[in-house]
Design a protein around this ligand. Structure first.
Ligand code: PMP
Length: 426
């Protein structure tokens, strides 16, 4: 049933490290062979063996309408026919930037890049350039891409400067990165007491990279206050939550506003895109207007812009899109929760808009350490059994899940039925 994927994986491992181009795809945390994907069909993935899966990963977030959306496909094909890349300005970039800017009252300008990693890296350079300071404050469990200074882990205590979390990152490059616990106001305050050189706080206001863990309102308010009092900028990393948690991402569901927003995923509808955005005043520091250098050969790629543009216009045109997606999420999670309860399994669920998560633990985790206390063996078993039944969830409890428009009520009913069967076996 997985023969072709098994062979494909073996072949891939001969020429690609670990057989994958991004580590999580190797299924290390849940075991087994990752299905090699042949194609997407709306709500479904089809692997090279012909197995079909209801997809709750959606390329890790970008595909809010599901696979092969006709309007996006059409726009992409039309644009491809005019040329793949020019390295020169196109009207499409202005159109997509306008669609984004129009929705927020705290940003005026957007610069496009090619990935979330690049968006965050550039946003941080901008924050440092604007403030003239060096420090970055980030939170344990938040992921902001794989650039050197963000690959940090806690040092000897929390609220300390981080140490590299990967070989290949010199300690000199992380010595400006402060790390503290998510949702911990005391530690946050201690960081500002420990350093007067903090250029920015970067945070996932709704974290999806330690599983789904939203920040508390009061915690975000404190981030805002401490930035204002200390001449630092607040960066909301909305690469994942942007156009997912609501029409205006996390900004639409929390009371705090950031100075810089980073985007990715949904704004490219599955094409490689990232972006960072801020007020005209902040963006004036960016090259070619200002001195903070940032560039990209393929940035603002026309095919990617065309895909993003159609996607965002469709999103805006569907007034009740997020409500509908959230209703489906709520139904699914209620079904999962009941299945867990019926089998005396400790289980937590939470969601915002089309982004959701679940944990096998006694109470909702509020930070990375608490996520670490969840039952990972149980998660792995759940994942394997759901996959066998044709339901594709992120292969780690440290990841969030995504609902797309193409998933039907019937799909959800089937998924709940499968979860009932699986929970009874855990
Ligand atoms: N920030 C956040 C919040 C993310 O979720 C991710 C990717 N999952 C990134 C940044 C990095 O984006 P990319 O993988 O496109 O470089």
């Amino acid at each position: 049933m997985f023969d072709k994927s098994i062979t494909a994986y073996e072949e891939a491992k001969k020429v690609i490290p670990g057989g994958v181009d991004s580590p999580v795809r190797a299924f290390k945390s849940v075991g087994g062979t990752p299905p090699f994907i042949d194609r997407g069909e709306g709500a479904y993935l089809v692997d090279v063996d012909g197995n079909k899966y209801l997809d709750f990963v959606q390329s890790w977030g970008p595909l809010i309408f599901g696979h092969c959306d006709k309007d996006i496909e059409e726009a992409v094909i039309k644009t491809v026919k005019k040329g793949l890349s020019f390295g020169a300005p196109t009207v499409l970039e202005t159109e997509l930037a306008s669609e984004i800017v129009e929705m927020y009252d705290n940003i005026d300008k957007v610069r496009f890049v090619n990935s979330g990693t690049e968006a965050v890296m550039s946003a941080i350079r901008l924050a440092r350039g604007v403030t003239g300071k060096n420090g970055i404050l980030k939170f344990e469990g938040c992921y902001h891409g794989h650039s050197d200074s963000l690959l940090v882990q806690a040092g000897s205590g929390m609220a300390t400067f981080g140490t590299p979390s990967s070989p290949g990152v010199p300690a000199d490059l992380t010595k400006h990165t402060l790390l503290c616990e998510y949702n911990n106001i005391d530690e946050l305050k201690k960081c500002f007491e420990a350093s007067d050189d903090i250029a920015c706080i970067i945070i996932e206001p709704i974290a999806g990279n330690m599983g789904f863990v939203p920040a508390d309102e009061e915690f975000l308010a404190q981030c805002r206050k401490l930035c204002d009092e200390n001449g630092a900028l607040l960066i909301f990393d909305e690469v994942m939550s942007g156009f997912r948690a609501s029409l205006t991402g996390a900004h639409g569901v929390v009371n705090t506003k950031s100075d810089i927003i980073t985007f990715g995923k949904v704004i490219g509808a599955g094409m490689p895109v990232g972006a960072f955005a801020a007020s005209s005043e902040i963006m004036a520091h960016l090259s070619p207007d200002g001195a903070v250098y940032q560039a990209g050969t393929l940035s603002g790629n026309p095919v990617a812009m065309a895909a993003g543009l159609v996607s965002l216009r469709k999103i805006k045109a569907k007034k009740d899109l997020y409500e509908n997606l959230n209703q489906k999420v709520t139904k699914l999670l209620a079904g999962f929760k009941k299945a867990a309860e019926d089998n005396n399994i400790a289980f937590q669920v939470d969601s915002r808009g089309s982004m959701f998560g679940f944990f096998f633990c006694e109470k909702p985790p509020r930070n990375f350490k608490e996520v670490g206390t969840c039952n990972f063996d149980r998660f792995a078993k759940f994942h394997q059994e759901m996959l066998k039944r044709g339901f594709y969830f992120a292969c780690s409890q440290y990841e969030a899940a995504f609902m797309c428009e193409a998933i039907s009520d019937e799909d959800i009913d089937n998924c709940i039925k499968a979860a009932q069967e699986v929970m009874a076996k855990l």
